[in-house]
Design a binder for this molecule. Structure first.
Ligand SMILES: Cc1cc2nc3c(=O)[nH]c(=O)nc-3n(C[C@H](O)[C@H](O)[C@H](O)COP(=O)(O)OP(=O)(O)OC[C@H]3O[C@@H](n4cnc5c(N)ncnc54)[C@H](O)[C@@H]3O)c2cc1C
Length: 592
């Protein structure tokens, strides 16, 4: 093996959606990052290898205006514009492209983290990793380390406290806890099928499972569909950190057995399926639950159900608590129990760092939650939001030379302000950034729609919530261009303008193979978004354009003027939208 040593401020292990967002967040906040992913593509369960779609707090559009913002929204918008058909490998490309554009990230693909070297008990000095394809053995030193492996491998190597399995009801007072035992949610293999318009036969291999009658699949009758079946699930009674290979073999057998049932045996599907064929199926089992690393706080069912507020809230979730029976496809129980949540809930920073390894943070499947709470926190976009929070906290801790716990205890408001400025959503927390000059401005507009006043753009909130739109919208029936004006009693030195646009949070948006989810989406720029706009400044007695953007489709835009401009008034003039007749802006921030 060829030995190589790397150093970074922040080392991120695991390149699923949580790891990608953590790496991007840490790098964008100034940290050098090494991102280590054991497979050839980024995205984890959401990659083309597994093809799970990234759902989250908006419950696939059933909870409007709850979608995650920040980095995951930026990625989804890029994907919707460049990949209108949702071609699976294009999502891999969206993630790879975002990482590759970031000069502070060193990406190690096909590289597996295999161990750690500790500086002292409870403090990681380096991770060890190998890349078999090139026979490289890496050591990677850093200040802060993130475990986004889903399986909690880094935490395990470092001796971090973790749980695997279901808690007892009395342990955290959780009504739906069924343990104590070692059962987890299982892993699945899914397929994509298509109608080719001419007859196709299917010959199952002899080792495929035989589901000859519909009764062989209680509560799980397969329908003829393009994408199936998340409930082709096994492994809940095994240890999916060690038993993955044999569970994969069994899952391939059940998957082909299900397709055999549809094609050759099912009286309801057989005729319709005559012209259908399998187009793709996964070989990498999509894992749901393995190790959950333990933080200073463990999120519980009641935290979610009661939407408990946390002083150190840094992210949010909102998918129902979605629990599966341990025997998966062979279980006699229905494949999922969905416990609805009335509202979205907050995720505290204390659930994103280890309680006994001082420089270890985590996000996604590894986050600190009970089995029941994990039923909701495991959603891919919820993990992405956690990743942004944990990555940002890691960069902050690395620069301050402090621990994530100290960030939670002493610097949480500062972290929250950074996150809000970078478009992370924290439930009901309004930004109060003293450096933002928009907060001191008198704000007016060329026209206003009812309930969408101009002043909303500086109220610190950036989405519809609790009956308020929190956005400026130009008057109905008023033709574009429309403008929004910020005026100060004295001239201000302006260098940077932040704008947050509307990207249609009333609808879902995510890369998906499910026709039912795709049907609700706009694949392309979102119509509500401001497309062409200019910034004008009041200079020497007249309005002068100082910046102009065309073709925008992103929600958050940061315009750097390149120099400081002394002005007592600025206008954002909306010239065109991506389709909506009204101009819409959630937030304007102005910095020196
Ligand atoms: C079949 C199925 C259906 C699902 N349906 C949905 C759904 O509809 N919507 C939704 O939002 N969520 C769904 N989920 C859950 C969701 O996919 C996951 O919880 C989420 O993707 C987890 O993201 P993550 O980044 O934490 O982990 P992962 O996606 O597991 O990514 C972790 C990455 O780390 C890598 N890794 C592991 N060990 C190492 C190591 N030692 N060194 C380097 N890299 C390593 C892994 O290869 C992996 O790529 C589903 C899951 C499954 C399996």
């Amino acid at each position: 093996m060829q030995k190589e040593h790397l150093e970074a401020d922040v080392v991120v292990t695991g390149g699923g959606l949580a790891g990608v967002c953590a790496g991007l967040a840490a790098a964008r906040n100034g940290a050098s990052v090494v991102l280590i992913q054991d497979r050839p593509v980024l995205g984890g369960n959401t990659s083309s290898e597994i093809s799970v779609h990234a759902g989250g707090a908006d419950f696939d559009g059933n909870r409007p205006h709850a979608r995650e913002s920040g980095i995951i929204e930026e990625l989804r918008l890029e994907d919707a514009v460049h990949d209108p058909r949702c071609v699976p490998v294009m999502w891999d490309l969206t993630l790879y492209d975002a990482v590759r554009r970031e000069p502070r990230i060193t990406l190690l693909l096909n590289t597996s983290v295999t161990g750690v070297r500790m500086a002292a008990p409870g403090r990681i000095a380096q991770v060890e990793a190998i890349r078999p394809s090139t026979q490289h053995a890496f050591t990677i030193g850093g200040d802060m380390f993130l475990d986004c492996t889903g399986d909690g491998w880094l935490g395990y190597f470092a001796g971090a406290d973790y749980r695997m399995g279901r808690e007892a009801r009395q342990e955290h007072g959780e009504p739906h806890a069924l343990g104590p035992d070692n059962f987890t949610l299982g892993a699945s293999l899914c397929f994509i099928a298509r109608d080719v318009g001419e007859p196709r036969e299917f010959f199952p291999p002899p080792w495929a499972k035989r589901f000859l009658t519909c009764d062989a699949l209680p509560h799980r009758h397969p329908d003829l569909c393009r994408t199936g079946f998340w409930w082709n699930e096994l492994g809940g009674v095994f240890d999916m950190t060690r038993d993955t290979e044999r569970v994969r073999d069994e899952l391939v057998a059940t998957l082909l057995g299900l397709w055999d049932h549809i094609k050759n045996h099912c009286p309801q599907c057989r005729d319709l399926a005559r012209t259908w064929e399998l187009e793709w199926f996964g070989w990498v089992p999509g894992k749901r639950e393995t190790r959950r690393l333990l933080g200073d706080h463990i999120l519980t069912e009641l935290d979610l159900v009661e939407a408990r507020p946390f002083e150190d809230a840094v992210a949010h979730g909102g998918w129902p608590i979605d629990l599966h029976p341990p025997w998966g496809i062979y279980d006699r129980e229905p494949p999922a129990l969905m416990l609805p949540l009335e509202d979205i809930y907050s995720i505290p920073l204390r659930a994103l760092y280890s309680r006994n390894v001082e420089n270890l943070l985590f996000a996604g499947r590894c986050a600190s939650a009970t089995h029941v709470a994990f039923g909701s926190t495991r959603l891919a976009a919820t993990g992405a939001a956690m990743g942004q929070a944990a990555g940002t906290a890691a960069a902050m801790a690395a620069f301050r030379g402090c621990t994530p716990r100290e960030i939670a205890d002493r610097h949480i408001r500062e972290l929250q302000e950074i996150l809000l400025r970078q478009d992370q959503y924290i439930p009901d927390l309004a930004a109060q950034d003293e450096g933002d000059m928009a907060r001191k401005a008198q704000i007016s507009a060329s026209s206003e729609a009812e309930g969408c006043e101009a002043a909303s753009v500086a109220n610190g909130l950036t989405r519809h919530r609790r009956g308020r739109t929190n956005q400026w919208a130009s008057g109905e029936g008023q033709p574009l261009p429309q403008w929004l004006e910020l005026r100060w009693p004295q001239p201000r030195a302006v260098g940077e303008i932040h704008l947050t646009f509307d990207t249609g949070f009333a609808r879902p948006l995510t890369h998906s193979q499910y026709p039912s989810t795709l049907k609700k989406q706009v694949r392309g720029p979102q119509p509500e978004t401001v497309k062409d706009f200019r910034i004008e400044a009041w200079l020497d007695g007249s309005w002068r354009a100082v910046a102009r953007i065309t073709g925008n489709y992103q929600r958050k835009r940061v315009l750097k003027l390149g120099h400081l401009l002394a002005t007592e008034a600025m206008r954002i003039v909306v010239e065109a939208t991506q389709g909506d007749p009204q101009a819409r802006i959630y937030e304007v921030r102005v910095y020196g």
